[in-house]
Design a protein around this ligand. Structure first.
Ligand code: HEC
Length: 79
């Protein structure tokens, strides 16, 4: 009985861990698809050939225009 309880608890724990990981770290692409295609197509983003510093500047500019990229999501977008 105790053992069955332990197994189900660890099962729930593993499940929570998986769900948590999926939602805690959406891929950069999903974020960009969400946040960056309201005003222009994804093409503009994909075609831009920028290094990390230039992307920082671009993200700042897009944020000022109304893009909603949270600071913690920036790292994912920059990949
Ligand atoms: C509120 C509207 C809006 C949103 C949201 C938005 N953009 Fe833009 N973006 C613009 C406008 C307007 C331009 C053209 C004028 C300009 O370049 O400043 C542009 C131009 C660009 C360009 C081409 C110009 C350059 O600097 O190379 C890139 C790349 C770009 N956006 C990337 C992004 C990314 C990445 C996101 C998501 C974080 C995003 N945009 C979200 C409005 C938006």
């Amino acid at each position: 009985m105790k053992r069955a309880f332990a197994v189900s608890v660890s099962g729930i724990f593993l499940f929570a861990l998986c769900v948590g990981t999926v939602f805690a770290q959406p891929s950069g692409k999903a974020i960009v698809d969400n946040a960056c295609t309201t005003c222009h197509g994804i093409k503009k983003v994909n075609e831009a050939n920028k290094n990390a510093a230039e992307w920082e500047i671009t993200l700042d500019r897009m944020n000022k225009k109304g893009a909603k990229v949270k600071p913690e999501e920036r790292a994912a977008v920059l990949q």
